[in-house]
Ligand binder design. Sequence first.
Ligand code: ATP
Ligand code: MG
Length: 311
Amino acid sequence: MLAAEAHDLVKTFDGKTAVDGVSIAVPAGSISGILGPNGAGKTTTIRMMLGIIDPDSGTRRLLGHDRPLEAAHEVGYLPEERGLYPSMPALEAMAFMGALRGLPLAEGRRRGRAVLEENGHADWAARTIRSLSKGQAQTVQIYGSLLHRPKLIVLDEPFSGLDAINQEKLEALIRRQRDQGVTVIFSTHVIAHAERLCDRVAIIAGGRVAFDGRVAEARETLRPIVTLRTRSTDGPWRAALPAEARANGNEWKFELPESGPEPLLRALLDGGAGIETLSIERPGLHDAFIAIAGESAAREMGGAEPGRQAA
Ligand SMILES: Nc1ncnc2c1ncn2[C@@H]1O[C@H](COP(=O)(O)OP(=O)(O)OP(=O)(O)O)[C@@H](O)[C@H]1O
Ligand SMILES: [Mg+2]
């Protein structure tokens, strides 16, 4: 079952296309990431999916509703532009956010107080938003967006501005929500968060979906990298290395040849390389993201594709 889907969304601002035919399918109960360079169209896509703005063309479906705003009471949202009333006490701000999503104020206050206490922030309740730091206010806003116990949570760059400890806490919170059956969608520029958390990622570049699938599938678009240290400096084994292999002393780095590790190992052994250390590792999501987003940018500019081969 899908919690959210977008089909061929297009949005143009002042004659400039911001989103150019984006389709995304988010399975219920999953954690999905939306990645992409600045200006790629992530926020615009999220706003269209939530019904905050209408697409020029294309359709979306949110928790079974063709008109996304009908699902508003079941959706929790952290917008990219944070905004709570500066003069409101934190607990009131949270209860107010819940009320906007249909939660009675008294219940919002009760739940808000409980959440603050559970997280060791009971003292924030009476403090005004103005008196909290940026990261603290953002944390209040994230808690507030969850008070009405939404089925779907959409967080636009929730990690930005949080310190390392609070980033970890937010990762744990997102996992807990997923474990309770909630669907989570978030955008981020820090690929490591997506790599650790996401069941699926969509990479948006230039208003289009450049990749949509599991994290492992994104990584598999890159060939594994061989790092090899040899005792021998020269010999017949050198013929086993691809022409692009780069050396740093007697440490070599190169993409694993198409033929795979076994012929390479055999040639190194038979050729007398004297293997000291050897690792064969698939690059992480960070490298895959740069390759996928970079390739899409190069295509857009009509340039040659960088030398990226499919595994
Ligand atoms: N309300 C608007 N009016 C005019 N142009 C807009 C508007 N909203 C977005 N854009 C333009 O649409 C494009 C996509 O913007 P969007 O905010 O969706 O990108 P993003 O992927 O979220 O970027 P970032 O990583 O910087 O948050 C940009 O070129 C932006 O300038
Ligand atoms: Mg954005």
